[in-house]
Ligand binder design. Sequence first.
Ligand SMILES: [Zn+2]
Length: 181
Amino acid sequence: MSNVHSCAMSPIVLDIPAATLEELRVRRSKRKSPPAGATDRPILTTVEMVQRLGAIDPSSLAKAFCEDMDRLQAEVEDEYDAFLLDPGMGPMTYITTDGRILNDYRTWDGEGIQFETSLDRVVASLVVGAEKTGVASLLNLIPALENGVPCTTCNGTRWFKLQNGEIVCPTCSGRGECPNA
Ligand SMILES: [Zn+2]
């Protein structure tokens, strides 16, 4: 039997300090309650929403979408002991108590739940999560680069300015530093 282990496809696992977990738990305990009542309506995806724009009143579509997000947030946070990092317009992104980044694609294109295997995307999720949750210590989970030098694209700020707003720096994935070439 081969003992080759495909590390490239394994989820990245972070070690979350107790203080950061506590901050995340306090924040989660204040989350909005999901809507009561029947929940047999299929989850509305962003892709479907765009397809149905024009056919249905946009405000009722938006309301259904937000209800789905609240419902899925409660479900994933309880089932996986996870914390929402980014409701996003793509997948909803969470960090689990055991240190994995979880992407829930059900509100995006109807795909299911996947654990993140790319370190670059884990770093970017932590940067966005720290910003959106206000739990700044999430940034401490980003593994430091050995011999890293400040990223010249974002000047170490982790963010890249666009005309309308900013995105996580595409050069360094939000580390703020790059390997010393
Ligand atoms: Zn950068």
